[in-house]
Design a binder for this molecule. Structure first.
Ligand code: GLU
Length: 457
């Protein structure tokens, strides 16, 4: 059996780091099992779904390194769902209900006051043909509920019925079907809720493993029953924990919080996002993987915590710095060219500055400092100014070799008696205008003697 997974967001907003977690869990699972990855847009809610969001989701996935084998849209598959509805109706497990939301609400309240669980009491099954005819002549349209298999012979007498599965993430899972209302699969206007099209597609598309957030655990109990009602073997399920903000709030596609787009705009590398999205809340240390193949080696769904994990964007910067630190010139080259950093000096420049960057685009400020001098020239005390005059007098002639920096600062130390910070800090400030940054021994050869002397205060 070919392992087949799918990532199935509804295109109602930009995806965030939590959605990326789901996509990556599926992608890495497929990678580790030589499987297929289906990108499926759950866009049955035509009013809220937008093509531009689907396009942006594909863009974000590609940016993360996810390249789906196939892309499907549920909005193009309504006939297939219609056929499934007919089958369920014929099997008498999909039944018409005429209650309004207000009537249902009232019934729930009554059940609560009687100490009964607030689930739907299947009253629609007791309607006489005359009552149905009356609703219809009143112009009421039915919505359709799936009859959960939680009874022996009388649906009005539900009994504890456990649906069990061995969850890829959570281990043994159980849902009691008697604790749930029969789910509405088709609304009164004929539109589909997510539940049925998802099952129909998982069957039709040969999905072998459904990996999704643990907000779907209860759905799984229902959907396993629908798979069976449609005569199909349910896939293997895995439910990973959800990510929250540091203050514990859930992430939402609609608010754009921690969207992949905004992280990209902040200069975060895809592998920083992917590493944190996958490893946070697992027993693995959160370190920056170099690529998805390396991350796949650390990926173990069963090692994921069962409770929600807090996601701290500051950790992304820590991972980003590590990635910058180790990024080879070959990897950086094209992106540096886009910033205007090219030519013979580009490689030694990159190797000199990469250890000091929060994000790749920060290299530009250093490139400008090297080529045009400090952005804001530093202020010096009279004493430091004298010291610097003396120091610059001692600057060796070119050509410079690997010991030039050591030789120069050795001479300065001898002549001025300064050492440590009082020696290096005025030099650093004069040369770069900053109190910290790349090794001056790496920067000086890039400035050259002329460029260095031009920085004399
Ligand atoms: N459209 C559903 C969601 O975004 C998909 C859930 C699933 O993977 O089945 O939550």
């Amino acid at each position: 059996m070919t392992v087949t997974v799918r990532f199935a967001p509804s295109p109602t907003g930009r995806i965030h780091i939590g959605n990326a977690r789901t996509a990556l869990f599926n992608w890495l699972f497929a990678m580790n099992n030589k499987g297929r990855f289906i990108q499926r847009f759950d866009d049955t809610d035509v009013a809220r779904s937008r093509q531009e969001f689907a396009d942006s989701i594909l863009y974000d996935l590609h940016w993360l390194g996810i390249f789906p084998d196939v892309t499907e849209y549920q909005s193009r598959r309504f006939e297939i769902y219609d056929a499934a509805v007919e089958r369920l109706k014929a099997a008498r497990v999909l039944y018409a209900c005429y209650e309004t939301p207000e009537e249902l609400d009232l019934r729930r309240k009554v059940r609560r006051t009687r100490g009964l669980p607030p689930v739907y009491g299947r009253e629609a099954l007791t309607l006489t043909p005359e009552q149905v005819a009356e609703y219809q002549s009143d112009g009421r349209k039915p919505h359709w509920r799936f009859l959960l298999p939680n009874f022996t012979s009388d649906p009005l007498q539900p009994e504890r019925t456990e649906v069990q599965w061995d969850d890829l993430v959570r281990g043994e899972e159980t849902v009691d079907l008697a604790s749930l209302s029969d789910p509405v699969l088709v609304r009164e206007d004929g539109t589909y809720l997510y539940t049925l099209p998802s099952v129909v597609d998982d069957i039709e598309m040969g999905v072998s493993h459904v990996i999704r957030g643990d907000d779907h655990v209860t759905n799984t109990g229902v959907q396993i029953s629908i798979f069976k009602a449609l005569g199909a073997e349910p896939p293997v399920f895995g439910h990973h924990n959800l990510l929250t903000t540091v203050s514990g709030e859930g992430l939402s596609k609609r608010t754009g919080a921690l969207s992949i787009e905004s992280l990209r705009g902040d200069g975060i590398e895809p592998m920083a996002v992917a590493s944190l999205a996958v490893l946070v809340g697992t027993s693995e240390n959160v370190t920056a993987a170099h690529d998805l193949a390396e991350l796949a080696g650390h990926f173990d769904p069963a090692a994921t915590s069962k409770s929600a994990s807090k996601f701290d964007p500051d950790e992304l910067f820590v991972l980003n710095r590590t990635l910058m630190h180790h990024m080879s010139f070959e990897e950086a080259r094209d992106r540096l060219i886009v910033l205007g950093i090219s030519g013979d000096k580009a490689e030694p420049f990159w190797l000199a500055v990469r250890g000091n960057l929060d994000r790749l685009s920060d290299a530009l400020a250093w490139w400008r400092i090297l080529n045009d001098g400090p952005q804001e020239p530093a202020e010096f005390s009279g004493e430091d100014r004298d010291f610097l005059h003396q120091a610059f007098e001692l600057l060796p002639e070119e050509p410079w070799n690997g010991t030039m920096w050591k030789d120069w600062t050795g001479k300065i130390r001898e002549a001025t008696g300064r050492k440590g910070k009082p020696l290096f800090m005025p030099l650093r400030l004069a040369l770069t205008g900053r109190t910290s940054g790349p090794e001056l021994s790496d920067l000086l050869p890039l400035m050259g003697r002329e460029g260095t002397l031009a920085r004399r205060p």
